[in-house]
Design a protein around this ligand. Structure first.
Ligand code: NAD
Length: 913
């Protein structure tokens, strides 16, 4: 099967309010008011078609192995170089391999779809295995012009191949005409447009239907076989009419993103296509057409694989990350359409030495530094001597790409005297996780956005323009990772739930009622679930609490349905989710809120009371979340809230059942956060304090006054919203006070010599170190939490400067040496089989069985290994000799462990090399 294996998108963060163009220029061109609605995207001053192509491609390559990509097609009409392979710059920035075939596709708005057709043909013919297609455009227009309103900047990338296909390619059809609706004669900056009516009547509405009908005939299909029709056309009425002419009802036609972005030139068919893929479900059939001196029409069928694609920003994510402005002068300056006095400092020579650019190409364009093969210290730039003062090894630097390594701000400054298109110039020290730092420029931010410790990501940007010689220099800058909340909050944007469906359990009273009312007020359609039982869960239940809340929502103009099932059984949970699907067709938000109390001290806690509380709180959350999660995964979107309590997080006398259930929910969240992440499902937990039926006799009366449930709802609504960036966090909320609770782990200590079991007395002596939380960390998952343990025993942590033993060692040699390395005295009671699948020229498969104190090594694959270890041959040798740290290898993706992860730690104990 051939087709799309991954996608990515990039819309620059800046959006211009179209009305600001009219406000500035309406005196001159009053007619532009007709199209002055919504906003258009535009590049920051240091962005262009190349930088956007790199950004979209990095998004597309998230989670992908880049090594065997053997084609790169860059498609655009606004490439910065007429004679220098622009795709070559993108290739260098992405650190793709030198043996790939890179080409520029240009000179037509159809470049994006044509590049895609060529990539698909190349893979189908067997000439290429995996081709990255990236389409990008940043078109300039004269001011006070309709097209200034219609255009936007953006890029999209697609990876084409034959394994892991998310959208199967079923065929294409192309027509070519020298139809000149517009042109840009070289070396002009702006398009020359012909009369609109002619372009619409003879261009769009003849040529697109011709290509689409040709494809239908070729594949013997019709519009009935299409679920999504994707084609750009900024004439609104024409967009509708073309679809109608071809028999596509409005609901099949993909929105052309005019209101939120504008038309992104050669990139637009792919930008819209990526947007369609983001919403697609397995089985959906997508028709894509790209217009420009003819038309390409392509047909795809979405596969189940789309559900396995890791989460990425895509077009949806970059549309959400935005900064809206009405500063039209800034827009013009950023596009170099007005001249400002830049001062004498701006006259400093900017000539690029091509010799240096060639010699240091991986460093300048790919942000590749070095990592010492002796001690593992990364550094930028790469130099002959290791920066680690305890190592200082010479010529041990191996290439190390910093571009995707997480980093944070160590220091920063805003410099009003430095030359900058967007003063003040902001720069400072960026510290990379795992080591390495350097001075970087910051971009896509204001000075007030920055603080020490702020997370940043590296972004490929224009560094300078040498106007005299027509050369653009590129380098990497740091972009603060502002949470969408921060960006949205600045623009005062409302948190809305239009078109979304929310289920709130236990919503007939207390906190749940307030959540349901507030969600409905902000556009959500709500399923109000409540059993209507007594505070301790007893009684047959009553429909009235849920019905009353539904009435309240309807009276306020909202939409809601009632559901009376109990969360305490699997059938009840399923029925609650089914109610959402039946009434509204989907589920986007689930708030697990239902709750009861049966307080007793442990000694008096009968199994019945223990079980009743477990069934509603912990099992109840499982019963409802499971079917909801399945539906959310299909939609690749979801927000889930669990409700814990201070009683669980910190303990409360007389609430053993409740505390245990509430803390169990944290464990449930910790794993759902990992399983949902790639499907864009986020889960968070709220620990509320509010005056409700549950607390009326627990909290002092004067406090109850101040504890309106309404104070908890804002945080819950934010966590339920699309802009919520957090996943797997716990928040306390009450009385307008909000804070975060977390599980942290101290740094700990290694006691005794490596491999020796310490005595209880040694534990007592070291208790201060063991229990210290100084420097405590929060771990994203269980594997990361093992890191310090693995590191403590990792040979890679041995004194820097120790001689490596890797010389002459082979993978096969290591397995021959395993019986000698086996520590029989440590194998008592151990019964495991480790399967090693080592890839690469000297790799192979071996399995090692340890049982009854003996060790056996065999070549081949074991039928049911306890743990499987997968690595490349070189890395495996380095791991064994201590040149590669186990934890770094694991988190960096060089070491993959399947099966029983815990048992993999026995390897350190059982073998001594
Ligand atoms: P509440 O009693 O006012 O609301 C709980 C609702 O859940 C009730 O309307 C009840 O009928 C419903 N319910 C009970 N069992 C159900 C079942 N099996 N199926 C469906 N619905 C059921 O109490 P509240 O204070 O609003 O509690 C909401 C949540 O917040 C609970 O999970 C509670 O443990 C938690 N919580 C509350 C506080 C607080 O200060 N109020 C503190 C910590 C945690």
């Amino acid at each position: 099967m051939i087709g799309i294996t991954s996608y990515g998108g990039y819309i620059p963060r800046l959006r211009l309010d179209r009305m600001s163009i009219y406000q500035a220029m309406g005196w001159f061109a009053p007619a532009i008011v007709m199209v002055a609605q919504g906003e258009r995207s535009f590049c920051n001053w240091d962005e262009d078609a190349l930088t956007m192509a790199v950004a979209a491609s990095r998004d597309c390559l998230s989670g992908q192995d880049k090594r065997d990509i053997d084609g790169l097609f860059l498609c655009s009409t606004t490439l910065p170089f007429s004679d220098r392979l622009n795709a070559g710059v993108v290739k260098a920035a992405l650190n793709l391999n030198d043996r790939l075939h890179a080409s520029d596709f240009t000179s037509t708005l159809r470049a994006g779809t044509s590049g895609l057709v060529e990539a698909l043909s190349a893979v189908r013919s067997g000439d290429r295995r995996r081709v990255l297609v990236t389409a990008t455009d940043r078109r300039l227009t004269k001011t006070a012009y309709f097209y200034e309103m219609w255009f936007g900047d953006g890029a999209a990338s697609l990876l084409v191949g034959e394994t892991g296909v998310i959208a199967e390619y079923l065929g294409s059809y192309t027509v070519t005409y020298d139809f000149v609706d517009h042109y840009r004669g070289s070396p002009r900056l702006y398009d020359y447009m012909w009369e609109e009516r002619w372009v619409r009547d003879l261009g769009y509405s003849r040529i697109i239907p011709e290509a689409v009908s040709g494809l239908f005939d070729k594949l013997s299909i019709s519009m009935d076989d299409v679920d999504r029709f994707v084609f750009p056309c900024f004439f609104k009425a024409e967009h509708r009419n073309i679809a109608k002419k071809l028999g596509a009802p409005p609901e099949k036609v993909m929105d052309n993103l005019h209101d939120v972005c504008g038309e992104t030139g050669a990139a637009h068919p792919l930008v819209m296509f990526v947007h369609a893929l983001e919403e697609a479900r397995p089985g959906d059939r997508i028709l894509l057409a790209g217009f420009g001196q003819g038309c390409d029409a392509l047909y795809f069928r979405v596969t189940d694989e789309i559900l396995n694609l890791p989460a990425r920003a895509g077009i949806k994510g970059s549309l959400a990350r935005k900064k809206r402005t009405d500063n039209y002068a800034k827009f013009l300056k950023f596009r170099d359409l007005i001249q400002t006095e830049m001062g004498i400092r701006a006259e400093a020579p900017t000539q690029t030495a091509m010799t240096v650019l060639w010699r240091k190409r991986d460093m300048i364009l790919g942000l590749v530094g070095g990592k010492c093969s002796r001690c593992g210290t990364p550094q930028f730039p790469r130099m002959d001597i290791c920066v680690n003062p305890e190592c200082r090894a010479v010529h041990t630097q191996e290439p190390y790409a910093f571009s995707s390594v997480p980093a944070h701000v160590k220091s920063f400054t805003g410099d009003l005297l430095a030359v900058s298109v967007d003063p003040p110039g902001i720069y400072g020290m960026v510290q990379f996780e795992g080591g390495g730092r350097f001075m970087a420029d910051f971009t896509d931010c204001e000075l007030s956005d920055l603080r020490v410790g702020q997370q940043v990501t590296m972004s490929f940007r224009r560094r300078y323009t040498d106007r005299e010689r027509g050369f653009t220099g590129y380098f990497w800058k740091a972009v603060p990772l502002l949470e969408p909340k921060e960006e949205g909050a600045k623009q005062g944007e409302a948190v809305r739930f239009d078109d979304q469906v929310a289920v709130v359990t236990g919503a007939g009273a207390g906190l749940g009622r307030v959540y349901a009312l507030e969600l409905a007020k902000r556009g959500a359609r709500v399923v109000v679930n409540d059993l209507g039982g007594a505070r301790d869960g007893s009684g047959g239940g009553s429909a009235s609490p849920a019905d009353m809340v539904v009435e309240e929502i309807k009276a306020a103009g909202g939409e809601a349905v009632a559901n009376y099932d109990s969360v305490a059984t699997p059938e009840g949970g399923q029925a609650i989710v089914d109610a959402a699907i039946q009434a509204f067709g989907r589920i986007d938000i689930l708030i697990n809120n239902a709750g009861i109390l049966r307080d007793k001290t442990l000694a008096k806690m009968e199994p019945e009371n223990w079980k009743a509380v477990m069934d509603v709180h912990l099992n109840g959350a499982y019963h409802v979340t499971r079917p909801a999660f399945v539906k959310m995964r299909e939609n690749r979107y979801g927000r889930i809230i669990l409700t814990t309590s201070a009683a669980g997080l910190y303990g409360n006398f007389g609430q053993t059942n409740y505390s245990a259930a509430k803390m169990g929910l944290i464990g449930l969240m910790n794993t759902i956060k990992l399983e949902g992440d790639k499907h864009n499902i986020k889960i968070n937990t709220i620990a509320p304090v509010a005056a409700t039926r549950l607390t009326e006799d627990i909290l002092p009366p004067d406090l109850l006054e101040k504890l309106k449930p309404e104070f908890v709802a804002p945080l819950v609504l934010y966590l339920c919203s699309e802009r919520c960036p957090v996943n797997g966090a716990i928040y306390n909320a009450g009385m307008g006070y909000y804070n975060r609770a977390a599980i942290v782990t101290g740094p700990g200590t290694l006691i005794g010599k490596e491999g020796e079991i310490p005595s209880p007395e040694a534990i007592a002596t070291n208790m201060a170190k063991i229990k210290s939380l100084k420097g405590a960390e929060e771990y994203p998952n269980a594997t990361a939490a093992f890191g310090p343990m693995l590191d403590a025993f990792s040979p890679g942590k041995k004194a820097a400067g120790a001689e490596t033993e890797s010389k002459g060692l082979t993978v096969a040699g290591i397995f021959e040496g395993i019986p000698a390395a086996f520590q029989a005295d440590r194998a008592a009671g151990v019964d495991v089989t480790f399967q090693f699948d080592i890839s690469g020229g000297s790799g192979g498969s071996w399995y090692v069985t340890v049982k009854d104190g003996a060790c056996e090594v065999a070549e081949g694959s074991h039928g049911s290994p306890t743990t499987t270890i997968k690595m490349g041959d070189d890395d495996f040798v380095k791991l064994i000799t201590g040149e590669l740290n186990a934890m770094n290898a694991f988190t960096g993706g060089k070491l993959r462990i399947e099966g029983d992860l815990m048992k993999s730690q026995l390897i350190e104990k059982l073998f001594k090399f």
